[in-house]
Structures are given as structure tokens and as C-alpha cells.
Write a new protein. Structure first.
Length: 139
């Protein structure tokens, strides 16, 4: 022990006042140390409480940010899906429009071919008639 105390002896043992004084000092030192330890424990406990609250706040913020990122990714995926679907639908609509235009143009082409055939036939008839007229005139 670091505080070994030697007491004076009297007729019937140690000096009672000296022992009692020593015990009072020991008790005061013990209580002082105990109070200091309790204060340190309270300080550390408060510090731990503050740190726990900060940690909980950081955890909450982290979870919120994580949820925001997840929601942003989900939204981006949904938007990408919608953009692709809209592009696909627009492409189909454009294809149908072009096919319709092609069909109309084919009809126009057929009409033009019929007109050309009709003109050929009329031209042939006029030429035949001209030829007949010329033949009659020459005969």
C-alpha cells in the first residue's frame, strides 16, 4: 500500500485520536476521489449521450439520403422506361404514317400508270385514225 501509516502507541494500543484523524482523512480522500470519479462518469456519460444522439442523427440522415438516392434511381429508371416506350410508340406511329403515305403514293402511281396506258391507247387510236384518214386521202 502506498499510504502506509505508522501510528504512535500508547499504554493500551495505538493513539486513538491519531487513528480517528487518519480514518477521517482517508474517508475525506475516498469521498473526494469518489466525487471526482462520479463527476468524470457523469461527464463521460453525457458525452456518450451526445455522441449517441449525433450517431442516431447521422444514421437517420444517412438512411434518408440512401432513400433519396434509391428513389432517384427508381424515378430515373421509370423515366427511362417511359422515354423508351414513348420512342417505341412514336416509331410505330411514324412507321404507320409512312406506310400510309407509301400506300397513297402507290395508288397515285397506279392512277398515273392507268392514265399513261389510256393516253397510249388514245394516241394509238388517233394515230390509227390519222393513218386511215391519210390512207383514204392518198387512195
Amino acid at each position: 500500500m502506498e499510504n502506509e501509516k505508522k501510528f504512535n502507541t500508547e499504554m493500551f494500543g495505538y493513539d486513538k485520536r491519531e487513528v480517528e484523524e487518519y480514518l477521517r482523512e482517508m474517508k475525506a480522500d475516498y469521498e473526494s476521489n469518489l466525487q471526482a470519479e462520479k463527476a468524470e462518469i457523469n461527464r463521460l456519460s453525457n458525452e456518450i449521450t451526445i455522441i449517441r444522439k449525433k450517431l442516431e442523427r447521422y444514421d437517420t440522415e444517412y438512411i434518408e439520403k440512401q432513400e433519396k438516392v434509391a428513389n432517384a434511381l427508381i424515378t430515373a429508371e421509370d423515366q427511362a422506361r417511359n422515354i423508351l416506350e414513348n420512342a417505341r410508340q412514336e416509331a410505330l406511329n411514324e412507321k404507320q404514317r409512312i406506310e400510309s403515305v407509301i400506300e397513297v403514293e402507290k395508288e397515285k402511281l397506279l392512277d398515273i400508270k392507268r392514265e399513261v396506258i389510256d393516253l397510249k391507247e388514245r394516241t394509238v387510236r388517233v394515230l390509227e385514225k390519222y393513218n386511215e384518214t391519210m390512207t383514204e386521202l392518198l387512195d
